[in-house]
Design a protein around this ligand. Structure first.
Ligand code: F0G
Length: 465
C-alpha cells in the first residue's frame, strides 16, 4: 500500500496572523537592518526560521498548566512535578531549574572547571564554548570526521571521535579534564544525531579515566528518535525508554527546554552527585533564584514538565523528523546542496557549494540569507565566516570558517506543510538564479559574537579570481 502523508498530529486552536509584505517593502527593511536578519523586526518576517529555540507552540495541556502553576516562593507543587518528570525521563536525582540552557552551563562550568582545564565535546554550541572560556578553560571540538563532510550520508554524523578523545585525555592529563560533554543532537554540526553506541563508547573512555560525562540535552527527544529509526536493536522501542538508557550512561546534563522541552523559556541542570548539586545550588540562589524555581515562574515549571512528556510522544516525533526531512528532500530534488542527511531541527544549506563564485571573505552564507528574505520574507541565519570568522582590528586581515552554511531552523508545531512548501519554492527560485547573486561586505562589527549586530552592504560586482 502506498505510504500515506504523515500529518501534523494536532489541530490548531489559536492562530497568530502573518503580515504579508511586498518585495519592495522587504528591500527597505533589509537596508534598514544592515542586511542582518537579527536586526529585522519579527513582524516584517513571513516565515521565521531563525531558530527553533523558544519559538515552539505550546499545547492546550501546557496552557492549562500555566493556570495551575504554583507561584509559591519555596517548595511549590510545580517544582515537584518537574522534579518527578526529570527523574523519570532522565534518571538523575538532583535537578536545578534555570531560566534557559546557558544559565545551566554557567553554573556547571563555574563550579567544576578552572583556568587551564580542557573540556571536550562532539561540537560545543557557542554559549557552551563561551561559558567554558569565561572561566579560563579550553573548549575542544572532537567531531567524527564524517561530521565535517556536508554531502556525505552517514546515520550518526553527530558522533564524537572516540580515539581523538582518548588521545586528548592522554595528552592533557585526566586531572585537567573535569568533564566530557556530548551534545545531542549536534547543533553546530548540522543537527546530526549521536548513536547509542557512541554514547557508550564515550562513557567507556570516561570511566577508564574517572571523568564525569555530561549531556547537552537540548534536542534529546529528536536524537532518541533517530536512534530508534537508524540503530540496530532500537526499532519500535519507546522514545522514553531510549532516553532512559541514553542518560543512564551520563553523570548529568544541561538542558535548554526552549527546544525539546516545548516551552518558550526554561531549562535545568541535573546530575547524581549530591555534593556537587549543593555547590551548584549556591550559585543558582545567588544569580538565578531559589532552588525550587531558579529564575522561572511556577507556571513555566508546570509547562516545562508537560512539554518534556509531550515531546516523547511517538506521533509527535514521527511528524517532527518527517517534516524536517520533507523540506530536505524537496531542496535536494531541486538540486540545492544541503548537509546530508537532514538533521532533526533544521536544514543547513551549503552556501559555499551553492555560490562557488562568492569567496568566503565575501560571506556567501550572508548573501544567501539576504536573498531568501528579499525573495520570500524567510528569515534564516548564517553559520559560517560571519559567525565564526574574525577580522584583525589592526591589519584588517580576516579569518574564515571551515564551512559556509545557512540554517533553516524549524520551530516546533508552528508551521504547516504549506508553509514548508512555500519555503522550498522560494529557496528553489533563489537557487535558479544563483549565478546573479553577489557577495557582501561587512561594514560594521562588534566582536565577540559579531554576527548578532554586524552590518553589511551588498557588493556590486563579482569577486575577481
Ligand atoms: N546547547 C545547544 C546545543 C544549543 O543549541 C543552545 C541554544 C544552547 C545550548 C543554549 O541554550 O539558548 O537556552 O541558553 N541554541 C539556540 C539556537 C540559541 O538557535 O540554536 P539557551
Amino acid at each position: 500500500m502506498k505510504q500515506r502523508s504523515i500529518i501534523e498530529p494536532f489541530r490548531i486552536k489559536s492562530v497568530e496572523p502573518i503580515r504579508m509584505t511586498t518585495r519592495e517593502e522587504r528591500e527597505c527593511f533589509l537596508v534598514e537592518a544592515g542586511y542582518n536578519p537579527f536586526l529585522l523586526r519579527a513582524e516584517d518576517v513571513l516565515i521565521d526560521l531563525l531558530t527553533d529555540s523558544g519559538t515552539g507552540a505550546m499545547s492546550a495541556d501546557q496552557w492549562s498548566g500555566v493556570m495551575r502553576g504554583d507561584e509559591s516562593y519555596a517548595g511549590g507543587r510545580s517544582y515537584y512535578r518537574l522534579l518527578d518528570t526529570v527523574r523519570d525521563i532522565f534518571g538523575f536525582r538532583y535537578m536545578l531549574p534555570t531560566h534557559q540552557g546557558r544559565a545551566a552551563e554557567r553554573i556547571l562550568f563555574s563550579t567544576t572547571c578552572k583556568s587551564g582545564d580542557v573540556i571536550p565535546n562532539n561540537t560545543h554550541f557557542d554559549t557552551t564554548r563561551a561559558n567554558i572560556e569565561y572561566v579560563g578553560a579550553k573548549a575542544v571540538d572532537l567531531p567524527a570526521p564524517e561530521g565535517l563532510r556536508p554531502s556525505e550520508v552517514h546515520p550518526f554524523k553527530g558522533n564524537m571521535d572516540v580515539a581523538a578523545l582518548e588521545a586528548l585525555i592522554h595528552d592533557a592529563g585526566a586531572d585537567r579534564v573535569p568533564l566530557v560533554m556530548l551534545t545531542i543532537t549536534n547543533n553546530s554540526g548540522g543537527g546530526q544525531p549521536v548513536s547509542m553506541a557512541n554514547v557508550k563508547a564515550v562513557r567507556g573512555v570516561c570511566s577508564r579515566y574517572g571523568i564525569p560525562l555530561y549531556i547537552d540535552a537540548c534536542r534529546f527527544a529528536e536524537n532518541c528518535w533517530f536512534i530508534r529509526e537508524r540503530e540496530e536493536g532500537y526499532a519500535g522501542k519507546a522514545p522514553r525508554d531510549i532516553a532512559r538508557e541514553l542518560f543512564s550512561y551520563a553523570d548529568g546534563c544541561t538542558m535548554s527546554a526552549k527546544k525539546d522541552g516545548l516551552v518558550n523559556i526554561g531549562g535545568f541542570l541535573a546530575g547524581n552527585d549530591e555534593k556537587l548539586a549543593t555547590q551548584e545550588s549556591r550559585l543558582l540562589i545567588l544569580t538565578e533564584g531559589f532552588t525550587t524555581y531558579g529564575g522561572l515562574a511556577g507556571r513555566d515549571l508546570e509547562a516545562m514538565a508537560a512539554g518534556l512528556e509531550e515531546v516523547l510522544h511517538e506521533d509527535y516525533l514521527q511528524y517532527r523528523i518527517a517534516s524536517t526531512g520533507y523540506l530536505g528532500r524537496h531542496l535536494t530534488e531541486a538540486g540545492v546542496p544541503i548537509v546530508q542527511p537532514p538533521g532533526g531541527h533544521a536544514i543547513y544549506i551549503d552556501a559555499a557549494a551553492m555560490l562557488p563564485h562568492i569567496p568566503p571573505r565575501q560571506f556567501p552564507g550572508q548573501a544567501l540569507v539576504a536573498q531568501l528574505y528579499l525573495e520570500g520574507g524567510i528569515r534564516t541565519v548564517e553559520i559560517g565566516s560571519v559567525m565564526f570568522g574574525t577580522t584583525d582590528a589592526q591589519t584588517g586581515e580576516a579569518t574564515t570558517a571551515a564551512m559556509e552554511l545557512v540554517r533553516l531552523a524549524i520551530p516546533r508545531r508552528v508551521y504547516t506543510q504549506s508553509h514548508i512548501d512555500y519555503v522550498h519554492e522560494v529557496v528553489g527560485d533563489v537557487y535558479a538564479r544563483r549565478d546573479e547573486i553577489f557577495g557582501m561586505r561587512m561594514v560594521w562589527q562588534q566582536p565577540p559574537l559579531r554576527h548578532f549586530t554586524a552590518r553589511f552592504e551588498p557588493l556590486k560586482e563579482r569577486a575577481r579570481a
